[in-house]
Design a protein around this ligand. Structure first.
Ligand SMILES: [Zn+2]
Length: 111
């Protein structure tokens, strides 16, 4: 029962093109993407130990991290201020020792 139905007339006589559907019954055409435009599932960010991180958690660095070309080094064990989760490959936005930085979740653990 996964047959595509036309959003206009709800008939299932639908032609599948590479990038769109076309309804044979009423002639309506629509993008293939449209059906998959559901909101993304809530993002789950996990720390180095697999614990789920949330906004407002504090994290501890599990290893020394060099930032800014090595001028600034944060030692493993340094604790952050409450974090904010953001998009991108550095998911953890926080302040460490007064500096606003972004960290990869795999380099921290929940405090
Ligand atoms: Zn139709």
């Amino acid at each position: 029962m996964s047959k595509t139905a036309c959003p206009m007339c709800e008939m299932t006589d639908v032609l599948e093109h590479a990038d769109r559907y076309e309804c044979v019954t009423c002639g309506h055409e629509w993008e293939r993407e449209a059906a998959a435009a559901a909101p993304d599932a809530p993002r789950v960010v996990k720390d180095a130990h697999g614990n789920v991180l949330a906004d407002g958690d504090c994290v501890v660095l599990i290893k020394d991290l060099k930032l800014g070309g090595g001028n600034q080094v944060f030692k493993g064990g340094t604790k952050s201020k409450p974090i904010r989760l953001v998009d991108g490959d550095h998911e953890v936005d926080c302040k460490v020792e007064g500096m606003a930085i972004k960290l990869k979740a795999c380099f921290v653990k929940k405090a």
